[in-house]
Write a protein that binds this ligand. Structure first.
Ligand code: GTP
Ligand code: MN
Ligand code: MN
Length: 366
């Protein structure tokens, strides 16, 4: 029996970008439950609910010790009624009944399987489920028309659902470095995404490419892709302009040279090292790789924007907008009060403009 006075109380900032969140999570029993409900909400097009569960999970990830009693959570931000109910259930019963019934539901299982195909989002999966497609076999038998991405996704399904290791990420990094150096010497490659935050595995590998001389990076992506293709490193690639900001977040002001930002979604063919060869004798495996080219003038913003985590990024933008009257994107920071862009050459400068203590990548695992 623990008395009220003995219970450790936490004091935690309400924005995830004000907190240091390492990979050392003391409450994974609770955050796993909330993350599953977040994922289920996102897959069901209930983004508001999804964010609420993500925020609650992120808050618990930042706590220095394991929560053992509901009374410890009193006064903490980010914990809505629904999240508290889930937490209470886990603390009292070891599991959340809502999580358990979600996991077992036919719909959730199908959504997981179908969105596990590269190129298939919640909308497509939902349409297929309504047509009675719940698994890969039914999908193959259905005669549904698949686009190029989905075909590649289905073909490499097992490989792409196998987590990518840091060693594999490094091996791909060397290939990307070689490609970039071959087509434009002096270019720089930075590892971003989860691996930059110190994660040991990931669902893909993310790279940002730039050149120290502004403008030299123009037209770089097609050349890099052509080099990789000629060397047989690509199983799939699609190069697009980065329209992420317009479609998902809508910056208050478009960055002037937005159209220079190119992104390549790809699937690499990575040759396995001897000891990784499996019984199937397949000597290579498919790995998802994201490549982004940024002009040097936007590089700091791009690095910050592509390092994640997704919630950390979302919270940075919310902080900028709500607390500082600024608009942050992966291209720029605009101060709506002074009506001007704020230049930065490092992430530290961007945090300083935002009036935030600098949080290194390894502590952005919100
Ligand atoms: P895993 O890959 O699952 O290990 O996690 P991750 O954190 O690396 O996630 P992901 O590769 O999906 O994304 C990496 C970062 O890039 C995250 O912070 C995302 O918010 C960001 N990101 C992903 N897609 C886009 C995009 O289209 N535009 C921009 N600007 N950022 C993106
Ligand atoms: Mn990633
Ligand atoms: Mn990615």
């Amino acid at each position: 029996q623990i008395s009220e006075a003995e219970v450790a109380l936490f004091s935690v900032s309400s924005y995830a970008c004000q907190r240091r969140t390492t990979l050392d999570n003391h409450n994974s029993n609770l955050t796993d439950a909330l993350s599953l409900l977040a994922e289920n909400a996102e897959l069901s097009n209930e983004d508001g609910r999804g964010v609420a569960f993500r925020r609650a999970a992120a808050l618990l990830k930042a706590l220095p010790t394991q929560v053992i009693s509901m009374s410890q959570l009193r006064g903490l931000p980010c914990l809505g009624e629904h999240s508290l109910r889930v937490i209470k259930d886990v603390l009292e019963n070891g599991v959340s009944s809502e999580v358990e019934s979600t996991k077992q539901s036919k719909r959730y299982k199908a959504l997981k399987i179908l969105t596990g195909i590269f190129g298939v989002g919640a909308k497509t999966a939902d349409r297929w489920i309504r047509e009675g497609i719940y698994n890969l076999e039914q999908l193959r038998d259905s005669g549904q028309t698949l686009n190029r991405a989905q075909k590649a996704g289905l073909e490499h399904y097992d490989d792409l659902n196998e987590p990518v290791t840091k060693a594999e990420a490094d091996a791909i990094g060397e290939i990307v470095q070689k490609a970039v150096n071959s087509v434009l010497p002096g270019s720089e490659v930075a590892l971003t995404g989860g691996f930059r935050r110190g994660k040991l595995t990931g669902h893909d590998v993310d790279f940002l490419i730039t050149h120290p001389e502004e403008g030299k990076e123009v037209g770089l992506m097609p050349k890099v892709v052509a080099w990789l293709e000629s060397q047989g490193f690509l199983l799939y690639q699609k190069t697009t302009r980065n329209s992420y900001l317009e479609s998902k977040d809508g910056p208050a002001r478009p960055a002037s040279n937005m159209d220079r930002f190119e992104r390549c979604f790809s699937i690499f063919k990575l040759t396995k090292r001897k000891e990784q060869e499996t019984a199937s004798h397949k000597i290579w495996r498919a790995v998802r790789v994201d490549l982004v080219v940024s002009p040097i003038s936007q590089f700091a913003f791009a690095v910050l924007g592509w390092t994640g985590s997704k919630l950390f990024e979302r919270e940075l933008r919310r902080w900028a907008g709500h607390e500082k009257n600024m608009s942050l994107s992966s291209h720029a920071l605009f101060d709506n009060t002074q009506n001007k862009y704020l230049r930065a050459t490092s992430e530290e400068e961007i945090f300083a403009y935002l009036g935030l203590e600098y949080i290194p990548p390894s502590e952005r695992n919100a």
